[in-house]
Design a protein around this ligand. Structure first.
Ligand code: COA
Length: 435
């Protein structure tokens, strides 16, 4: 059958599409800024008709009606990355957290993560019947291949992004043509502390470096401090506004990348409307499934690969907690360890974890004698390379436990150094030498 005929035959409505979701099903939902809007709303409107439906999702930007309290008891959530709109539901046991490296999610879909129904967004089809998955590639293709029912909102306002980021009309069961704006993520202007951290990180970045930048305020601040560099490249999980700005200025051009020369490679894009306009039909940007972008072996093939990620706290041994505040699941590991390991294996590679020295308005030191009780270790003490705060850079790789403690105290907030020195002297049975 000609794809145009097939397209017409598959055009559906949300009301019709959700009739294919049954009690006990697991629905895998699109990610980040590409989270579908119409089908979740219809499911939430009809929540009383569903029992025991499991929803797998990661970050879902904007309002996710499936997480509203009125849906409690009808839908349960399983997620391996929490954000503002899902933390409460999951931490209040309307769902559960699923520890997993982001790179492993595509392979787990259909196995550890059941996938009866896939609900995603795409662009309308091109002249050959292919739809771009737009701003989120990550686990979409894996879910679409394995689901019993594939429901796609073909959104006219979804940017067309290339790479291994296409599905064909023949793979879809319900096509829901629509036009709505993608949810946006706007970052505040970086604070003085964040800019200081950005400057320290930038001092570790040389011309010709390929960068991965993680999620949160710090990676954004780093981008603002890279204005005097040349020929930077991007091989990352996420692509944000700051990257687009450096591409416009020619600082990021990918000319010295070992693989995908001249291209920015990522797995998803999240930011402002200007960013979505910038990436639309932009040949310099390619998205790939996350099991490719985040594969440490692929990452390690980039010469001068530098990963920059953030965390919540670090203990005096260099164990990094990036996803929990004590027992409370705050986010997830995402691609942090994939990039820490990949960058460490790369020729002239470096991995950087950067954080402000304090949290909660300066009342808590993020450098601690011990991680908070219940905290999960995201980057182990064996993996950590550079740790950066606004007070400087500590290179922990190859350092003994005693030297690590000394280096970390040096970059802790001065108000908390006496407490850390007390622990240091108790632990190592010697006087801490300042200066
Ligand atoms: N104890 C108590 N509260 C803490 C804390 C600590 N040790 N560390 C942070 N907090 C609080 C902050 O004060 C802030 O609270 P507020 O919102 O009330 O101001 C909140 O927790 C968030 O901290 P912040 O540092 O502002 O978070 P961020 O948005 O910059 O994100 C991470 C930082 C670590 C959560 C984020 O980078 C992450 O999830 N990393 C893991 C995943 C990853 O690195 N992926 C990489 C590939 S994309």
């Amino acid at each position: 059958m000609n794809w145009k005929e097939e397209y017409r035959r598959k055009i559906s409505t949300t009301e019709k599409a959700i009739k294919d979701i049954h009690d006990g099903d697991c629905v895998v939902l699109g990610h980040a800024a590409a989270v579908p809007k119409l089908v979740p709303k219809a499911m939430a409107d009809h929540c009383e008709e569903y029992n025991d439906v499991l929803i797998f999702h990661m970050t879902t930007l904007g309002d996710n009606p499936l997480l509203h309290p009125r849906c409690y008891g009808h839908f349960r959530h399983v997620s391996n990355f929490l954000s503002g709109n899902s933390r409460d539901a999951v931490n209040h046991l309307e769902g559960d957290f699923f520890p997993a490296f982001f790179k492993d999610v595509p392979e787990m879909i259909g196995d550890e993560i059941p996938c009866d129904v896939a609900v995603f967004q795409s662009t309308p089809p091109n002249s050959e019947g292919y739809c771009s998955l737009g701003v989120s590639c990550d686990y979409a293709i894996a879910a679409i291949r394995r689901a019993r029912v594939v429901i796609i909102e073909t959104n006219e306002m979804m940017p067309f992004v290339g790479g291994d980021n296409m599905i064909h009309v023949s793979q879809i069961d319900h096509i829901i043509p629509c036009a709505y704006r993608l949810p946006e993520l706007h970052s505040d202007a970086p604070s003085e502390v964040e800019l200081a951290i950005g400057r320290h990180c930038a001092s570790l970045v040389t011309d010709g470096t390929t960068l991965q930048l993680g999620i949160g305020a710090i990676p954004n601040a780093v981008l603002t401090e890279l204005g005097d560099k040349n020929d930077l490249g991007i091989h990352s999980e996420m692509f944000s506004d700051g990257v687009a700005e450096l591409m416009r200025r020619g600082i990021i051009n990918g000319s010295r990348k070992t693989m995908h020369k001249g291209k920015v490679v990522a797995s998803f894009i999240m930011g402002s409307r200007e960013l979505y306009d910038f990436v639309d039909g932009n040949d310099a940007i390619e998205l790939y499934p996350v099991d490719y972008t985040n594969d440490p072996i692929v990452i390690a093939r980039q010469y001068r690969m530098v990963s920059i990620n953030s965390c919540l706290e670090v203990d005096l041994m260099g164990q990094v907690a990036s996803e929990t505040i004590g027992m409370r699941q705050y986010s997830g590991i995402g691609g942090q360890i994939d990039f820490v390991r990949g960058a460490s294996m790369a020729r002239e590679g470096k991995s950087i974890i950067a954080m402000p020295s304090t949290a909660a308005g300066g009342t808590i030191s993020r450098i601690k004698p011990f991680l908070s009780p219940g905290a999960a270790v995201s980057t182990t003490r064996n993996d950590i390379n550079y740790l950066v705060t606004e007070y400087g850079i500590a290179r922990l790789k190859g350092r003994t436990l005693q030297h690590r403690a000394e280096d970390l105290i040096r970059i802790a907030h001065p108000d908390f150094r006496p407490m850390l020195i007390e622990e240091y002297e108790r632990r190592f049975k010697c006087t801490y030498q300042t200066g």
